[in-house]
Design a protein around this ligand. Structure first.
Ligand code: HSE
Length: 402
C-alpha cells in the first residue's frame, strides 16, 4: 500500500481523494499497489467528513513519516506551498502539484531539488487541467524540436467567451456561473486579465526551450474589454474570438504572448468551447499535434494529479529527467512583433482611417450605423499603437491570429 498525503483540502485536494476512492481498484492494478491517503493537511477541521480522521494541521507530521513517499500539493499560491514542497523534496518525497503559480515561479529550482534527492516534482495538472500535455512534452515529443505552442489555456475565460458568443449573456453573470462551477481562481482577475494563462504558457515555454520563461515578461492582455458586439463582427467575418496563449521560436528570437485573438472558423482552436482547453504543439518533424480536454474543474484536474502520483509510486527512487534550467530565456520585445488588427471605429472618422491605414475594406453591421470595422495590414504593435492614437473615433482592436 503506497501512502500519500494531500496538502490543501479544497476543490482540487478533495478531488484527489475522490479520484483515488472512486478508481481505487483500477489504480491499484495499474500501479501494482493500492494508494492510501494517510494525511490531509489543512488549517481547517472537517467535522463529519469521511476523511476527518486523516486531517492534520502540522506539515511536520507528514514530513517525518517515512511511510509517506508522495505528496500532492493542491494548496495553490506561493507560500506556504513553496516551503512545504521544498521540505518534502529534501526529505526525498515526490511532490505532484496543480499549483501553476508555484511551478511558473520556481519550476527549475524544484525540479533540480527533486533530482538531487532522487525523487520527482511533477506538475501535469498545472496546465490545461486534465489534459495530458506536460507528459507528452517530456516523453512522446522528445525527438522533436518544438518551435511553437499555442493554446486556449484558461477554462474560465473560454467558458465566458463561449457563452458571450452563443447567449449574449452579460460578463458578470457568466463569471459568477464559472465560479459556481469551480473553474475560476480565488481572485478571478487572474483568469479574466490573462495572468493564469500567462503562467501556464510560461511553464510550457520553459519545457519547450529548457530555459526559464519569466511570466512577468510575457505580454498579457485579458478578455475584460471583449463584448458581444465584437462577436457580431467576428461572426460576420467567419471568425470567433479566443484568448490565445502562445510561445514561438522565430528566426530572430522567441515570442510569447497572451491576448484575445480573432480566429478563423477553420482553425481547430475555434471549435474549443466552454471549459475545454486545447493546446497545439508544432514540432520540426511531426508538424502539428493537438491536445484537448477539460481545462479546469475538480475531477479533471485531480485526475491529472493522481496520474502523476501513480508515476511516482511506479518508479520509486528514480528521478524522471525534465529539462528546465534556471537560465532565463530572452523574449523578443513585443512592441516589434507584427500582427494584423481588427479595428472598430466611429463612422465620422472614415477619412482618417484611409489616411492612416490605407485602402481598407469597411465592415458595417446592421443596426450599428454609428460605427464600422476594418482589418489592417500587418504592422508592428508599436506602429499600430501610434496610428490608433491618431484616430479620434477609435473604439477597440483585436489582434488577428494568422
Ligand atoms: N482558473 C483556472 C481556469 C483553473 O479557469 O482555467 C485551472 O487552472
Amino acid at each position: 500500500m503506497a501512502k500519500i498525503a494531500v496538502l490543501g483540502y479544497g476543490t482540487v485536494g478533495s478531488g484527489v481523494v475522490e479520484v483515488i476512492e472512486h478508481n481505487g481498484g483500477l489504480i491499484a492494478k495499474r500501479t501494482g499497489e493500492a494508494l492510501e491517503v494517510k494525511y490531509i493537511l489543512d488549517i481547517r477541521d472537517f467535522p463529519g467528513d469521511p476523511y476527518e480522521d486523516r486531517i492534520v494541521h502540522d506539515i511536520g507530521v507528514i514530513l517525518e513519516d517515512p511511510q509517506v513517499t508522495v505528496i500532492c500539493e493542491t494548496m495553490g499560491g506561493e507560500e506556504p506551498a513553496f516551503s512545504f514542497s521544498k521540505k518534502a523534496l529534501q526529505a526525498g518525497k515526490s511532490v505532484c502539484t496543480s499549483n501553476k503559480e508555484l511551478v511558473a515561479n520556481h519550476g527549475a529550482e524544484l525540479i533540480a531539488l527533486a533530482e538531487e534527492n532522487r525523487c520527482n516534482y511533477l506538475f501535469e495538472a498545472s496546465v490545461g487541467g486534465g489534459i495530458p500535455i506536460i507528459r507528452p512534452l517530456n516523453t512522446s515529443l522528445t525527438a522533436e524540436h518544438v518551435t511553437e505552442i499555442t493554446g486556449i489555456l484558461n477554462g474560465t475565460t473560454n467558458y465566458i467567451l463561449t457563452k458571450m458568443k452563443t447567449q449574449q449573456a452579460p460578463f458578470e453573470k457568466l463569471l459568477k456561473r464559472a465560479q459556481e462551477k469551480g473553474y475560476a481562481e480565488r481572485n478571478p482577475e487572474a483568469d479574466i486579465e490573462g495572468y493564469d494563462a500567462c503562467r501556464k504558457i510560461a511553464i510550457l515555454g520553459s519545457l519547450m526551450t529548457g530555459r526559464t520563461v519569466d511570466y512577468r515578461k510575457i505580454y498579457t492582455e485579458g478578455i475584460s474589454r471583449i463584448t458581444p458586439e465584437d462577436f457580431a463582427y467576428a461572426d460576420a467575418m467567419g471568425c470567433t474570438i479566443k484568448l490565445l496563449a502562445t510561445v514561438k521560436e522565430e528566426e530572430d528570437g522567441f515570442l510569447a504572448a497572451v491576448a484575445p485573438s480573432l480566429l478563423d472558423n477553420e482553425n481547430p482552436l475555434s471549435g474549443v468551447n466552454n471549459v475545454f482547453n486545447a493546446i497545439s504543439v508544432r514540432g520540426n518533424m511531426q508538424g502539428e499535434t493537438m491536445y484537448y480536454g477539460k481545462g479546469a474543474g475538480k475531477l479533471a484536474t485531480a485526475s491529472a494529479v493522481v496520474a502523476d502520483v501513480i508515476d511516482c509510486v511506479k518508479h520509486p527512487g528514480k528521478h524522471v529527467i525534465c529539462l528546465w534550467d534556471s537560465e532565463e530565456l530572452v523574449l523578443k520585445d513585443f512592441s516589434a512583433v507584427q500582427s494584423r488588427f481588427f479595428v472598430r471605429t466611429a463612422i465620422a472618422d472614415e477619412e482618417t482611417v484611409s489616411e492612416l491605414f490605407g485602402d481598407v475594406k469597411k465592415l458595417h453591421l446592421p443596426g450599428r450605423p454609428e460605427e464600422f470595422g476594418f482589418v489592417t495590414a500587418e504592422m508592428s504593435q508599436a506602429e499600430f499603437a501610434q496610428k490608433a492614437s491618431q484616430l479620434p473615433g477609435f473604439l477597440s482592436r483585436i489582434r488577428i491570429k494568422d
